[in-house]
Design a binder for this molecule. Structure first.
Ligand SMILES: [Zn+2]
Length: 318
């Protein structure tokens, strides 16, 4: 998981290669230097990092990709992380996660109605359970020990159906096995993006469907937090630090996602905003003080009224 391409960082112009499109010429987009350690809403602590921008495909990517001091997967995606995201009884009651996953299953059923489904980064198994209830033959891949065990318990499956592994070492990712593969808020965590995507696409059957949900770097949340950082010369940096958080390595645009999928031979069937339902958004994001909670809620409402969301979903066919 640790990658260092041996180049120095810090110049406004850099000759790092874009990990997505292999363009040679990328720029420094943001330098984030927290004055004190802050945590994202999912409990991941942020440290200094540089966000680079590729002028060719438009993706933003983080200096975490080149860091030699990354935490291990099990340290970063531990029980606290997954309990903040899914998995606790309280979360299930208050966040509307069951309805949200039924909604996601209904969405994918517009493209594939049955067959073998692999959910990559299946976390604690809520989507898998909803997909199994809708008659899919489900498989899950999850790098966290804690989450993969909870997922197996939830579905009463063994490791032949829910595997604790990285993409590069997975036995479940056999060539041509799946009718559909889903990645819900997962691709932005990848390190070896081209290699991992190739494994995933190879594992789809011909005409198989790939579903990717990820934050959209054009969202109002990214735009405003970057603007606040820049006009204050980095003094108001907490919004940017909390949204460009440490466990995300890539911040895609529609263009950058479309480009990489086209390069791997996929046909994009649909790309659209994918807002998190209000109940789930409020439960996860509005845990700060009343002023911040109100500001975040207002942004959410404005974004929804404008027909957008912080996330986007892309559905593509092999
Ligand atoms: Zn690029």
């Amino acid at each position: 998981m640790i990658i260092n391409n041996g180049q120095n960082s810090g110049n406004e112009m850099t000759h790092r290669t874009c990990p997505v499109c292999s363009n040679y010429y990328v720029q420094v987009f943001l330098k984030l230097k927290p004055r004190y350690s802050i945590k994202s809403s999912l409990g991941v602590r942020s440290t200094e990092m540089i966000i680079y921008s590729c002028k060719n495909c438009g993706v933003l990517f983080s200096s975490n990709l080149f860091s030699t001091d990354n935490q291990g997967i099990d340290d970063m995606y531990d029980q606290n992380y997954h309990d903040s995201l899914t998995g606790s009884i309280e979360y299930e009651k208050k966040s509307g996660i069951l309805e949200h996953n039924r909604f996601r299953v209904n969405l994918v059923k517009q493209f594939v109605s049955k067959g073998a489904l692999l959910d990559i980064g299946c976390s604690t198994g809520y989507f898998l359970e909803a997909a199994r209830n809708a008659e899919f033959q489900v498989y899950g891949l999850e790098p966290s020990i804690y989450a993969s065990e909870l997922s197996r318990k939830r579905l009463d499956y063994g490791e032949e159906r829910i595997e604790k592994a990285l993409i590069s070492e997975s036995k479940l990712l056999a060539d041509g096995k799946y009718d559909i593969i889903t990645l819900w808020d997962v691709i932005e965590h990848f390190y070896l993006i081209r290699e991992d995507l190739k494994h995933i696409i190879d594992a789809l059957k011909k005409n198989g469907i790939l579903v990717i949900r990820t934050p959209n770097k054009a969202s109002i949340f990214f735009t405003l937090s970057t603007l606040l950082h820049n006009i204050s010369f980095g003094l108001i940096n907490n919004p940017a630090i909390s949204i460009f958080h440490k466990d995300h390595n890539f911040f895609f645009s529609k263009k950058s996602l479309k480009m990489i999928l086209a390069e791997f031979g996929l046909t994009v069937l649909k790309i659209s905003p994918d807002p998190v339902p209000w109940k789930r958004f409020r439960y996860v994001e509005c845990r700060r003080n009343i002023i911040l909670n109100s500001a975040i809620s207002l942004l959410y409402m404005v974004t929804r009224l404008m027909g957008g969301g912080h996330g986007m979903i892309i559905i593509a066919k092999k």
